[in-house]
Design a protein around this ligand. Structure first.
Ligand code: CA
Length: 230
């Protein structure tokens, strides 16, 4: 895990807690050092503070994700900053506002990593997914986790990929935000609806507004007329 945080006391507390759980942790104290550290270490997860000297968290998130898909847990100073980030659809997998409990942070880290390791399975069959799902002109290759739109490769973050493949594997089902948090993020308490909205917005920005349909008052769906089975 790479922790990019300029407040040494917070960085130290987060690192100590994660190390006590058995994680290997490295700390960077500013944006450019964080980008370099991620490039060198290829971490499984990045914990990233929004307000950083050098480069802010948004730019660091962009650069780190450009290298290769890696889950990012973003730390913000206030709830209002989280709202702003969700609006921008920056490609973080989750957000926590300060102050947070180290225990809650570790719980989120476990959830994110578990989700990364879990192989998506077809509902009812228990078989690992393989092949290509098509949604309109978008192709999702489930084994290589690559995405193409009209033949052009599009970069999705790991969570964006999981979210879209889950929706595309359940054509016509309308999923509530709570259901998606449970199925895709592995959260059981239903908090974090804003995180779902952020990822949907980001998918639409990258793959076109029709990729996912909003069912007002209920949730989100991929239309069956948009969908070809593998
Ligand atoms: Ca800071």
């Amino acid at each position: 895990v790479v922790v990019i945080e300029d407040e040494a006391s917070i960085a130290g507390a987060v690192a100590a807690r994660l190390r006590s759980e058995g994680f290997r942790v490295e700390i960077a104290g500013d944006g450019p050092a964080g980008v370099t550290l991620c490039h060198d270490l290829r971490p499984d997860l990045v914990i990233l503070d929004l307000m950083l000297p050098g480069l802010d968290g948004l730019e660091v998130c962009r650069r780190v994700q450009k290298d290769r898909p890696v889950p990012v847990l973003m730390l913000t100073a206030r709830d209002s900053e989280t709202d702003m980030l969700v609006g921008l659809a920056v490609g973080a997998d989750d957000y926590m506002s300060k102050p947070f409990s180290p225990r809650e942070l570790v719980a989120r880290v476990h959830v994110i990593l578990r989700r990364m390791e879990r192989t998506l399975v077809f509902p009812g069959t228990g078989q690992a997914q393989a092949g290509v799902l098509k949604v309109g002109d978008v192709e999702l290759d489930l084994s290589s986790r690559r995405v193409r739109r009209g033949g052009e490769e599009v970069h999705l973050t790991p969570t964006e990929f999981d979210l879209l493949s889950w929706l595309a594997s359940h054509p016509d089902a309308v999923a509530s935000r709570e259901q998606l948090l449970h199925q895709v993020w592995g959260y059981r308490d239903g908090s974090g609806a804003r995180t779902v909205d952020s990822h949907i917005r980001s998918l639409r920005r990258k793959l076109g507004p029709d990729i996912v349909r909003t069912v007002h008052g209920v949730g989100y769906a991929v239309d069956h007329r948009n969908f070809d089975a593998p």
